[in-house]
Ligand binder design. Structure first.
Ligand SMILES: Cc1cc2nc3c(=O)[nH]c(=O)nc-3n(C[C@H](O)[C@H](O)[C@H](O)COP(=O)(O)OP(=O)(O)OC[C@H]3O[C@@H](n4cnc5c(N)ncnc54)[C@H](O)[C@@H]3O)c2cc1C
Length: 460
């Protein structure tokens, strides 16, 4: 350790890297962090935060429409995309400065440069300078992946560019079926664009509970988003300022923007990892153990670059656990079960725990409770929408092992339900909890009838 310039070199100033660097420095380590783009990483600069701001913007349209049923007359409303983007950029710059200040206050040296491994104890910066480190943390995150090459692929944007478009497109084709695809479909549609979502699979949001997938699709279509499944964009052609997306089904869609949200890949390319002996796992990310240690004993990796659960709070938890393990004398493994997840689509989704299909595959007996109804707010507004709440219960132990919600406030509800699920609450505990009326969430503690199928609930 004595021949090292620093105790820890962190590559990547995103959610995982920033937290790891700060906590390690607070444990007394000499820490240097390299960031090649902007401190804050994907979440702050071009992920969760700017996305949620755009989601908020997109929801005003429905609020204005709903207000009429409550007696309001709004004389005129109009939307200005450049104002939204400028205000969003100002907030992101403020957050970037706050992250930088927090690191500096903790004593972390920040280097604005790309960094790669020269060997297991040496990091090389873009200007050729080398830094010797006792420990190295790879926290380089992920980047959009565009799938198989197709003619005209260069005309498609990813979420990175979507945050900086000069104008709101009027016709948008979004390819992808994951959370980023459905969120951007909702953003563009809410702001006034005609949106077609194209997904090669049989239904959107693979990996989510089937009822949730079906419910979201139904509501998205009700709200005007065209959803085409079982096909993909096979070619993109430019015609002046417009594009033609040729689909594998033979259809052709005209759009002023084509966005690909077809997954993300870990940032491992040209990092010197393999030469340093760092093994890449089958999932395409840096292979690590439960303490985020790679195949090289002094090299660790956290966050999206490990491709475990690619969410900000997980990256943050892994970063802190790494620092506590290596510099705090407190070995800490991260539990990746019961991670709550939200999709800020229209309508919103909040989930925690097992899907019905996962529970049926793992448990001897699975009980399902669900409610589907028109929310109170939609009665006077007349909005054509329904809420879905679903509990997945282990029939043998009575434990609630999954909670799935679609509707306004779903993400906030799921965060609180996650505490109960994480604590091992039973269905009897839910039933013993007094309802809070009138809310949507009260249905979580008042469902008494086991449910058979989605089709039946939908018909009721
Ligand atoms: C559009 C979008 C929306 C999202 N929404 C949500 C959400 O609502 N909720 C949620 O929990 N998660 C969301 N995520 C995921 C979340 O952003 C990531 O899980 C999280 O940022 C991962 O943190 P990280 O530290 O692993 O990597 P990142 O935050 O990606 O940080 C990695 C950093 O490393 C830098 N870097 C890469 N290579 C090098 C190098 N060689 N040298 C120096 N620097 C380097 C990058 O510039 C980057 O700043 C979203 C992601 C996207 C793209």
């Amino acid at each position: 350790m004595s021949d090292s310039d620093v105790d820890l070199f962190v590559i990547g100033g995103g959610s995982g890297g920033v937290r790891a660097a700060r906590v390690a420095a607070q444990h007394g380590a000499r820490v240097m962090l390299a960031e090649e783009y902007r401190v804050g990483g994907t979440c702050v600069i071009r992920g969760c935060v700017p996305k949620k701001l755009l989601v908020y913007a997109s929801r005003f349209r429905a609020e204005f429409e709903d207000a009429a049923g409550y007696g309001w007359t709004l004389s005129h409303s109009s939307f200005d995309w450049p104002t939204l983007i400028a205000n969003k950029d100002r907030e992101i710059a403020r957050l970037e400065a706050a992250y930088t200040a927090t690191l500096q206050k903790a004593g972390v040296a920040i280097v604005k440069s790309r960094a790669v491994l020269a060997d297991p104890h040496t990091v090389q910066l873009a200007d050729g300078k080398k830094v010797r480190a006792a420990h190295i943390l790879i926290a380089t995150g992920g980047a959009p992946s565009y799938g198989d090459p197709i003619p005209g692929r260069e005309h498609a944007i990813s979420s990175n560019e979507a945050f900086h478009l000069p104008a709101l497109p009027q016709h948008v084709v979004v390819q992808g079926g994951g959370y980023i695809a459905v969120e951007f479909a909702g953003i563009f549609a809410g702001l006034g664009a005609q949106v077609t979502l194209v997904y090669r699979g049989e239904n959107i949001l693979r990996g989510f509970d089937d009822d949730v997938r079906q419910h979201l699709r139904m509501d998205m279509e009700k709200h005007g988003v065209r959803v085409l499944t079982g096909c993909k964009v096979a070619a993109i052609e430019q015609a002046g300022s417009h594009f033609s997306a040729h689909l594998s089904s033979g259809n052709r869609l005209s759009a002023d923007r084509v966005m690909f949200a077809t997954g993300r890949r870990p940032n491992i390319a040209d990092m010197g990892l393999e030469a340093a002996g760092v093994t890449i796992g089958k999932n395409g990310g840096v292979a690590v153990d439960e303490y985020s240690r790679s195949s090289v004993p002094n090299v660790y990796a956290v966050g999206d670059v490990t491709n475990r659960v690619n969410l900000t709070p997980v990256a943050i938890r892994e970063g802190a656990a790494f620092a506590d393990t290596v510099f705090g004398g407190k070995p800490t493994a991260v539990d990746h079960t019961n991670v709550p997840t939200a999709v800020f689509s229209d309508p919103e989704i909040g989930v925690v725990g097992l899907t019905e299909a996962q529970a049926r595959a793992r448990l001897a007996q699975t009980d399902i409770y669900k409610a589907m109804f028109k929310p109170l707010k939609a009665t006077l507004s007349g909005r054509d929408t329904t809420v879905l709440l679903k509990l997945v219960v282990d029939g043998s132990s009575d434990r609630v092992v999954g909670c799935h919600i679609v509707g306004e406030g779903a993400a906030e509800m799921a965060q609180l339900a996650a505490i109960a699920v994480q604590m091992g609450a039973t269905k009897a505990d839910f039933d013993a909890t007094m309802a809070l009326h009138p809310t949507t969430a009260e249905e979580l503690v008042t469902m008494r009838q086991k449910s058979a199928s989605y089709a039946r609930a939908a018909a009721e």
